[in-house]
Ligand binder design. Structure first.
Ligand code: SAM
Length: 335
């Protein structure tokens, strides 16, 4: 239904020729108040008044970027709104080609100046930059890009996938991803994630680490992320990882160093308060793995976390020997 007051505010905002020119410019380019002030050569207080009228009529919107506020026209808002046809006509009318030549040149100069101001822009933005980047693109896109250094034809097994938070990153790069978990609740969330992200190359399988629902030699890389400390008996799971890996396949384990925080252990339902890396390494060596590498995984300090002190993490990687040990229960392979 058309609201008379809103329609009257709409036309009142457009009735002033200066305001109409401001709206025209903002339909072509998003600008700050100080850029608009420079462009129209008018006091900031007058510009702010015009912007207020335009905003109240729903014709412009603003957003904060660090210390600056950017304004832009909002003529393509809700297509179902009663005034949508009017806005559409306005948008066509206020096209960049219709901008007076002088105004268009001034606008181009302002944009060029903005580029020249980049250095001071970054000085001003330094304190806000991390939050801005994370807000726009998340916190791990650059690290996920590093995955592309690994062979895309690999099949990757995410064992104990939980809610499958890592699956989109894996599926975007690797040919096939098999994700296993014993919890139906976790798998249901993982399934929703797979559907939401339309990950056609992810195969979710319910199963246990001690009897993995994968063929012998099916995977090239096995991931065990924060999972082994949940198992009553780790060695059979390590043997299973060896079985499902192709010869020369690799395993990557992310684990807790042994910790003493009993509150954390109970809250996380950890069967073990971490696992010493040398113990894990010995079990994997016994199961036919070699070429071990171990490193600390840096995590953000969280001294005020409710469950602090949080365990420290390490990463252990190893490669399955090309000729596999039959004592571990694997089939002998040609070297
Ligand atoms: C701490 S969560 C970690 C999940 C995921 N890797 C992550 O980092 O978010 C541990 C997961 O292991 C699963 N899990 C525990 N014991 C398992 C077992 N014996 N076989 C398969 N999955 C198991 C749990 O259901 C849970 O989803």
């Amino acid at each position: 239904m058309i609201k008379p007051l809103a329609i009257s505010a709409f036309f009142k905002a457009l009735a002033d020729p200066t305001r109409l020119r401001i709206l025209h410019v903002l339909n072509c380019e998003e600008l700050t108040v100080s850029e608009l002030v420079r462009l129209f050569d008018m006091p900031q207080s007058s510009m702010s008044r015009h912007l207020k009228v335009l905003r109240e009529a729903g014709l412009v919107t603003d957003r904060s970027v660090g210390p600056a506020t950017y304004y832009r026209a909002m003529l393509d808002a809700d297509p179902e709104a009663p005034d949508a046809p009017l806005r559409r006509d306005l948008q066509t009318l206020l096209d960049v080609d219709q901008l007076a030549l002088g105004l268009r040149q001034s606008l181009e100069r302002i944009i060029a100046l903005r580029a020249g101001e980049n250095e001071s822009f970054f000085d001003r933005m330094a304190a806000h930059w991390d939050a801005l980047r994370e807000d726009c693109f998340g916190s791990s896109f650059h690290l996920e890009s590093l995955l592309h250094l690994l062979p895309a034809q690999w099949t990757v097994a995410d064992l104990g996938t939980g809610t499958g938070y890592i699956l989109p990153a894996l599926a975007h790069h690797f040919q096939k991803v098999v994700a296993v978990d014993s919890s139906r609740g976790m798998l249901e969330l993982a399934r929703r994630r797979v559907e939401d992200h339309k990950l056609a190359n992810v195969d979710l399988r319910e199963g246990d680490l001690v009897e993995l629902p994968l063929e012998t030699g099916e995977a090239d890389l096995a991931l065990l992320i924060l999972i082994l400390h949940h198992l009553a008996d780790i060695r059979p799971a390590v043997l299973e990882v060896g079985r499902i890996l192709a010869a020369d396949g690799q395993v990557l384990v992310l684990e807790y160093y042994p910790y003493e925080n009993e509150v954390f252990r109970r809250q996380m339902a950890d069967r073990r308060a971490g696992i010493a890396p040398e113990v894990l390494r010995a079990w994997f060596a016994e199961a036919g793995f070699e070429h071990f590498e171990l490193w600390d995984v840096p995590t953000p300090p969280r001294p005020d976390h409710d469950l602090a002190p949080l365990p420290r993490l390490y990463c252990l990687v190893a490669r399955k020997r090309k000729v596999c040990s039959t004592s571990a229960g694997w089939t002998e392979k040609e070297p």
